[in-house]
Design a protein around this ligand. Sequence first.
Ligand SMILES: C[S@@+](CC[C@H](N)C(=O)[O-])C[C@H]1O[C@@H](n2cnc3c(N)ncnc32)[C@H](O)[C@@H]1O
Length: 254
Amino acid sequence: MISPYRYNDAWDDTISLFIQSHNPYDHYWSRSEEYALAIVRQQAETTPRRRFLDLGCGRGRLLRKFAPLFATSIALEPDPARSQIARHAAASLQNVRVDNCYLEQSPESGFDFVLCSHVLQHVPVGHEQALLNRIAAVLNPGGMLALITSHSMLPHDAFKLWSPEASGVVEQSTDQMTFDDLASRGSGAVVPTHAFSLQSLHTALSAFQIVRVHCFHALHKWNPSDLVFRDRWINWPGLQGSFGIDVLFLARKR
Ligand SMILES: C[S@@+](CC[C@H](N)C(=O)[O-])C[C@H]1O[C@@H](n2cnc3c(N)ncnc32)[C@H](O)[C@@H]1O
């Protein structure tokens, strides 16, 4: 019998340890994410708010934040244990359904807004384009995608391994073949990450009109420029793309 798909919880543990060992100052990591999510929320508030899709909702962390903005919400999560937790997390919300399946298996479409947060960076290369094509297919014309994923500060994509060590989490560069192998196996505590350059996301999102790009989670040590909140200045023209290990794209289906 084939056992059901399980997302690797050990990756979450490694990622939490990475945040602890690389957070440049207290509360920066969560403040940075909240700032990015406020941009998503602002956009959601100005678009039609009928049908919302949380693609790869995990345990429903973001579903609880965004579902209340929409008349109807569907969340998709292929890991049965996670989808069950997400169902509990959303139990008090109206008109929210969590389906235990992959986007590729879901018959749902006609969405006004799709949130895809921290899904693309862990799928084997090539699969991310298939997911983006499917997202375009399930969105209504003019519908909005909020895509959050890992960001490469180089002019090209990068592949990384985050390994838990006694001293904290160590980041190493790797090649696409090793990344693909670890991402397909989805086991072990070493997290394989595909970090996308802004240019490659622009290309991958050619079916969309890009409305906003926002880099975040900049992990350099505090410096005097940080008298302005760093997530503002790292996105100023000329600097955007050079800082931040995560990125948000707001993209409207053409
Ligand atoms: C790192 S978690 C992110 C959870 C949540 N979106 C968040 O930001 O907290 C990625 C999730 O995407 C799910 N996932 C991976 N491939 C998927 C697919 N093709 N369709 C739907 N969900 C998928 C995984 O099972 C996992 O729970």
